[in-house]
Design a binder for this molecule. Structure first.
Ligand code: A2P
Length: 334
């Protein structure tokens, strides 16, 4: 990427800042970096590799000379500006849900389907964070013993709702501890010392919320297997930036927990944290700030006497592997 100009759309947001952090931490050799956000942030500055960059307002002409544009400013902005960026000659890696289910647009987790990157016609979609967290440690199993049924329950961090929701978690917790009233601004419910069903719309026909529907449909698309039966329950928990997922999956043939452990030990992007003696398993505090998906509690699902089912608990940094890191990995592969 030595000669590439990269633009970040949503540079002041929770994921946008991590795009910059990942590029810096991974030493991605760029020609230049352009930071774009709304008019509210134009003129603010950010330090990148010791250089002061000024944030510019996102406009129709923002993409002249840009080779790769990383978007994380919400689906509305992606729908409007990604085609404009492509027309100007950029390849877009989009972190919103705007294009994920479009069959013509690759939906990529590099550890799983990097080969799909070459199919792009200008836009590559970065998957939903709960889907990435679930699928990175499931793929090595699926490759050797196909998963037929998957049940996931998520414990999702505030960061998935952006910088404003992270702030709400901090402010409402501080108010609670100080014995002060706090009126929620970003979500409808009290967030401090509470949890609630994911704050996306419920489909009145199925009872599933939008996040659950994304996990189901994106998993099928990424695994390229529409036949997997999937159910998801997505819950927002008072954790700042790492998602956890409890999953139970049934494979085509019997499978032992030791086989799953052995597969995950050599899987890229996965780190085993499975210390039964010390009751030490994946936790958001350990997942935060690092790029691997932590996997543990790998055990037989005792409710399935056929021996084909495994239960497991995983955690990953929502802002890194769940969003910015996955997108930067795609950009590197481009
Ligand atoms: P801004 O900070 O100027 O509002 P998050 O996901 O943390 O909520 O961040 C959303 C990101 O999307 C921010 O960088 C925000 O910029 C950006 N954004 C929101 N609305 C617009 C817009 N109309 N044009 C450009 N960027 C936008």
């Amino acid at each position: 990427m030595k000669n590439k100009t990269v633009a970040i759309v949503g540079a002041t947001g929770a994921v946008g800042r991590e795009f910059v952090g990942c590029i810096e931490a991974r030493g991605v050799p760029l020609a230049s970096l352009k930071l774009l956000a709304s008019a509210r942030s134009a003129g603010q500055t950010q330090i990148f590799r010791g250089e002061t960059l000024t944030i510019e307002e996102l406009k129709d002409d923002s993409f002249a000379g840009v080779d790769i544009a990383l978007f994380s400013a919400g689906s509305g902005i992606s729908k409007k500006y990604a085609p404009i960026a492509v027309k100007a000659g950029a390849v877009v890696v989009d972190n919103s849900s705007a294009f994920r289910t479009d069959p013509a647009i690759p939906l990529v987790v590099p550890e799983i389907n990097a080969r799909r990157i070459k199919d792009h016609k200008g836009i590559i979609a970065n998957p939903n964070c709960a889907a990435i967290t679930t699928l990175v440690p499931l793929w090595p199993v699926h490759r050797v013993n196909p998963v037929k049924r998957l049940i996931v329950s998520t414990y999702q961090a505030a960061s998935g709702g952006g910088a404003a929701l992270m702030q709400e978690l901090e402010d409402s917790t501080r108010a609670w501890l100080d014995g002060e009233a706090y009126a929620p601004k970003v979500v409808k419910y009290p967030y401090a010392f509470n949890l609630f069903s994911h704050n996306t719309a419920i489909d009145m026909a199925t009872g599933y919320n939008d996040e659950e529907t994304k996990v189901i449909s994106e998993s099928k698309k990424i695994f390229e297997d529409d036949a997997i039966a999937i159910s998801a329950t997505c819950i927002r928990v008072p954790v700042l930036r790492a998602h956890s997922v409890s999953m139970t999956f049934e494979c085509e043939r019997p499978i032992a927990p030791q086989e799953v452990r052995a597969l995950l030990e050599k899987a890229p992007g996965v780190r085993i944290v499975d210390d039964w003696a010390n009751n030490y398993f994946p936790m958001p505090v350990d997942a935060s700030g690092q790029g691997d998906v932590l996997a543990g509690r790998i055990r037989k699902d005792l409710s399935d006497p056929s021996g084909k089912s495994i239960s497991m608990f995983v955690a990953a940094d929502q802002l890194l592997k769940g969003a910015a890191l996955n997108a930067v990995q795609i950009a590197e592969l481009l």
